[in-house]
Each structure stands twice: as C-alpha cells, then as structure tokens.
Design a protein around this ligand. Structure first.
Ligand code: PMP
Length: 356
C-alpha cells in the first residue's frame, strides 16, 4: 500500500514522475537504451537539460530578465561556499540572516572567505521564528537568506529590498508559492524536496552580478564556467535532472506555481487548524512565521507519544517524527503530497482526542 509520505526530504514526488522515470530507466524515449547508459552529450539528454533549465526559469516567471539556470552537483551545501567564492570581494563582506541550521551552515562557509555579518539570529530561541527588523550594512557584497527553514518549520513571508545582490536558499520551498523571484539574484535549491531525487541542485543566477569578486575561482566552483558550458561543464547528474524535468512538466500541467500554491495553502490550513484546535497538540513555530511546507508540532503531554505513534503508523503515515533538535513531529507537505494524506493525519489527531 502506498504510504502517506511526510518525509522532509528526499520526499514524495508525483506518482507520474516515479512511473515515467522507471520507464526511462528501462527504455528512454523508445531508444532501446536506458537513461542511465546514454552519454550526457547525446542529443536526447541535451534536450532534457535544455528543457529543464528553460522550464525552471519559466515557472519562476524569470524569462527574458538575464537569469540562467544550472543543475549542479554537491547539494545545496556546496552553494554555501560557491556563493561567497563568486560574490564576496577580496577584503569584502557579506550579510547573512541566521534563521536556522542551514542558514548557519551557509554562514560557517562564508567565514572562510571574509567578513561575514550576521544581521540577526533567532538561534537563542531555538530558531522558532524568523528574525525581523534587522539592518543590512550598505557596503555588503550581498545578502543571504533562507526562505524556508526545513528543520524548524518557519518560512519567510517578506524579503528585504536592498541595493545589493540578494541570494536565497530555497531548498525546501522552491516552486511552492508565488514570489517576485526577480528580487533575487541567486536562488538555489537542492532537488530533493519539490523537484526531484537527491543528486542535483538548481541554481538560478542573474548573470550580470558575476565576475566582480576579483577572486580566482577554481573552475568547478565558478558559476560563469557552468553558464558558458550550459550546465555541462562536467557530467551532470543525468537521472536526477531527468526526474526533475518530469516534476517541472507535472507542475506546469497542474497550472504552475500559482496553482500549486493554492493547494499548499489548503493543506497547511487544514493541518494548522487542527494543531490549534486540538488541546492535545501545540505548534512549535511562531504562528506568523509558520511554514506551509514543514509543519512542526508537539504533544502537550509526552505520555501520549506511544499511542499517537502507533495510531499514525497504523493509518499508513510515514516520515512524521520531528528533527532531533525540535522533537515532536514534522509534517512535510511538499507539492506532491495530496490533501487526502493531510486529512488522514488530521483524522488520526482527532481520533487520539477520543482515545486518551
Ligand atoms: N538548505 C536547506 C533549507 C535544506 O533543507 C537543506 C537540506 N535539507 C540544505 C540546505 C542542504 O542540502 P543538501 O543536503 O542538498 O546539501
């Protein structure tokens, strides 16, 4: 039986993506060859890469505005250092918002390159909210933020307008909601949430911001080299890129980011309403910063843990335990999770109330 998959990532993808990818492993485009055994330089794969790059830009509404899309290796974590390598000037400085574990990972890498100003942090409150009311130093080379904090279940609802490049780690909410994406100069996201299997990272770069750091950048870490090579500087992660393309095609068919945002809002509303109504539970994140992708919540009385865990497992739910740094539960409701799965969880939460 197919599970209701709340995994935080890698995570649920559309069923048709699983089916089409499985078929392509056996026989890609009726070529008599597997997608796993063809050259990345073959006509068929170059077409996959080109369409995936174009579709990513199209779905974000960034066509004709000087943006390039890349599918790189090394995970979102490699972008933590590629960003400062490409943007921070020698003896320059960068500004970071510390809103969670991944933001702090990005800060750690930036410090290898130069002065890294943390404009605000919610670390002292275990990252239960998004810091606000901060000032970004006007002489920073760029500002970096994390749009959705996967572990703590908080999501930025507003982004500053600044006179410098804005870089955003959108790993866990890319393609989930409409934003003015042209506010950002670099957007990066590991594929393994809303886009595809682990193994590739989507990087969207506004080309005009590159080439200004004055640094000598090793080729494999240089965005300009990857752009010039049309994301084929080295062998790309052929299969993850193909599965990402299938997910992007699925999203386009669904009506794009605006259509999926509506569904994501409905799912989040259904679950948060129950978290707030049910006296047995409480939300872990500040209400105004709650994430529509990762809902974190706790039992008010830990004595009910075993009963609740037995009940949701029996209902076919998977991947619900929270990250160890928050405890409790985390329901990750990525684009491909159907609202029916959220209803199953809500029904189990209601059933617990009648049982204890
Ligand atoms: N940023 C965010 C917001 C994440 O959720 C994650 C991983 N879940 C990462 C960065 C790190 O991604 P990767 O494992 O692809 O390096």
């Amino acid at each position: 039986m197919k599970k209701h998959n709340y995994s935080a990532g890698p995570c649920i993808l559309p069923q048709e993506v699983f089916e089409k990818s499985a078929k392509a492993i056996l026989n890609f485009n009726d070529s008599g060859l597997s997608i796993l055994e063809i050259s990345h330089r073959s006509k068929d794969f170059v077409a996959v890469m080109d369409e995936a790059r174009d579709l990513a830009i199209e779905l974000l509404g960034l066509e004709g505005q000087g943006y390039k899309a890349l599918f790189l290796a090394g995970g979102a974590s490699l972008e933590f250092l590629m960003v400062p390598y490409n943007l921070m000037k020698e003896n320059g400085k960068a500004a970071y918002l510390d809103s969670g574990t991944w933001a702090s990972g990005a800060i750690k890498e930036a410090k290898f390159f130069g002065e890294t100003v943390v404009v605000a942090s919610s670390k002292e409150e275990n990252y239960n909210h998004i810091p606000k009311g901060y000032t970004v130093p006007a002489d920073a080379d760029y500002f970096h933020c994390t749009s959705n904090n996967t572990i703590f279940g908080t999501q930025m609802k507003e982004f500053p307008s600044l006179d410098m490049p804005i870089v955003c780690d959108m790993s866990s909410d890319i393609f989930s909601r409409v934003l003015d994406f042209s506010k950002f100069d670099i957007i990066y996201a590991g594929a393994q949430k809303n886009m595809g299997p682990a193994g590739t990272t989507l990087v969207i770069v506004k080309e005009e911001i590159l080439g200004k750091s004055g640094r000598t950048i090793p080729s494999i870490l240089d965005y300009e080299k990857h752009i010039k090579a049309e994301s084929m500087y080295n062998t790309p992660a052929v299969f993850p890129v193909y599965a990402s393309l299938l997910t992007l095609q699925w999203l386009k068919k669904l009506g794009g980011v605006a259509a999926v945002e509506k569904l994501n809002n409905e799912k989040a509303e259904l679950l948060y309403t129950e978290i707030d109504r049910n006296p047995l539970f409480k939300g872990a994140a500040a209400v105004e910063d709650r994430s529509n992708m990762n809902a974190t919540f706790l039992l008010n009385d830990a004595a009910h843990t075993d009963t609740f865990d037995t009940m949701w497992k029996a209902a076919g739910i998977s991947g619900l335990p929270g990250h160890r740094s928050v405890g409790g539960y985390r329901a990750s409701m990525y684009n491909a999770l159907p609202i029916e799965s959220v209803q199953v969880l809500v029904d189990v939460m209601k059933a617990l109330e009648t049982k204890v």
